[in-house]
Design a protein around this ligand. Sequence first.
Ligand SMILES: Nc1nc2c(ncn2[C@@H]2O[C@H](COP(=O)(O)OP(=O)(O)OP(=O)(O)O)[C@@H](O)[C@H]2O)c(=O)[nH]1
Length: 658
Amino acid sequence: MCIVFEELSDSREMSRILRFDKLKDERSIDLKKFPAENIRNFSIIAHVDHGKSTLADRLLELTGEYQFLCNSVALIQSIDVFMSPLETISPKRDNQQVLDKLTVERERGITVKAQTCSMFYKFNEKQYLLNLIDTPGHVDFNYEVSRSLAACQGTLLLVDASQGIQAQTAANFWLAFNQDLTIIPVINKIDLEAADTERVINQIENSFELDTKDICRISAKSGLNVEDILPIVIEKIPPPSGDINGLLKAFLFDSWYDTYVGVICLMAIVDGKLQKGDKIVSAHSNLKYDVADIGIMHPERFSTEYLHAGQVGYVILNMKIASEAHIGDTFYHHKHPVDPLPGFEPAKPMVFAGIFPIDANEFNRLDESITKLTLNDASVSVQKETSMALGQGWRIGFLGTLHMDVFRQRLEEEYDASVIVTQPTVPYKIVYRDGTSKFVRNPSEFPEQNEMSNNVVQLQEPMVMATIIVPNEYLGNVMDLCGAHRGEQIEYNSLDELRVMMRYALPLAEIVTDFHDELKSRSSGYASFDYEDMGYQTSDVVKKMNVLINKKPVDALAAILHRSQVATVGRDWAKKLSDVIPKQLYEVAIQTAIGGKIVARETIPAIRKNVTAKCYGGDVTRKMKLLEKQKEGKKKMKMIGKMNLIMNEIDVHLLDFN
Ligand SMILES: Nc1nc2c(ncn2[C@@H]2O[C@H](COP(=O)(O)OP(=O)(O)OP(=O)(O)O)[C@@H](O)[C@H]2O)c(=O)[nH]1
């Protein structure tokens, strides 16, 4: 019986209770009824904003009529939208993007963490279990895309009908192609006036040689033609292979930390069966675990107590910390070891920045927040660091600058923290005369000039291979930009009569600051960009620039720069600092220097009188205004050259020098 809850809508609380009772009655998804031939594991890949999450929502909605229940009261309360009990999500919700769960994801409209959801769908009188894995679209999170793909047999390659193939469409296509997945192209946003479906189909044929005869043309937003997709998924994507009666081989492809139950692992069962109470062993660490709970994401956790070969779901083991869940690990039944499946290289942080509490008293609280946040994000590396100017803090490594921004935003929003983030830097490799080498992730560890000349034989910097797609009319601008950033063109191809696809070898350091913004502004937003790691290359042209205030170096302002940038950046920084540091009772000299050589100098003359002195005992409003102005100056300081430094820290520092 299906209870029509809308009739009870005047009493939402009551309906929640009823729904939960009903949910308990119907908690009987029998996964044993789904042999591999009735299962499809697939993902959606696309360039950022081409509509993956919107399409995922539509598919969840569409499968609603065959749905069992979500099992979480928390979900019902948190989404605060009334849902009929037999739907995965209710069609009444407008583009809520259920799979984009993190607050930052909803706010920025980007997917950061890949999410998985199981759906039930009837086709040709047969029930299918479809496991959809949503993947992030931004370049910093490519690592999540590859590991999500490892749990799939096929993927929907979604392309925006107005924008056509973009850099990440191409990069994601190659990731899926190299993993031998069945790739089904889908054209989205056909409702847009600017849609040019036929041109995009031609691009797909020319660039990827995919069959576009029966290509789906959809609007994920309105739901138009979305119903055509699942039958194609079932017909074209092969079921997972695997031996249900074989020894257990479970592949761990994602994990996250939950405050209540600890680490939750997402696993694809490659061979055999896994059930609640089983004892399993990690091939990576040899540690033994009990399966405390097991089930599918629906879209929240739904306990089924069982999974078998071909199925994908969550497994809760008694793991206490996220690093125990090694992505790419194989688990087997205790006493029945198997050869591990090929794993993954761990994600490598490539962009490092200092993070400091604005208020030093907040250090312990911030330490706790950072620990909690990193429990959920194994790709972040954390090390304590002390700066003369900014006090105690951390040096944190991220996958890229967006990752860094998302981390800072989560600290501020989810943990109510106020932080200073210093200029990001990439890891340089220093090779010494005695044959040893080390990675430098902080300008303060970079050898000074004399050590460089005496002990260092080679300096290496990380390189990336960038894919850039740009309309012909902006080609010159983009080539100039890449040239100015030490880029070397490796490949040049016409995508069609309107656009060009280029490959450039670029130093990572050149793209971690404002490269992406500049690329967008020089191409009026039309160029797209993606990159992959290319290893290290010798670069003896990088220097450490110090900022001196009254002849004393300010450690937090040091930067590692290419020789060609030193003069411009040196002048720029000296000027910017002189604009934002308020006058003091003494003269303030701001210098930028490479070793002993001064690059630029600005002087702030001493203040003649105390700004507020003449108001003493008099005009309070004016005094307030002056103080307000000073505050403005402090705010401005937060923005210097993308370094979020605050003024009062420098004030304190200046006092130290006099
Ligand atoms: N007009 C129109 N807009 C759409 C369609 N599909 C998605 N959108 C809009 O496009 C924007 C991006 O959609 P998302 O689903 O967030 O894109 P995404 O690919 O998941 O983005 P990332 O997770 O950041 O990679 C949103 O504003 C959607 O409402 C469509 O078919 N037509």
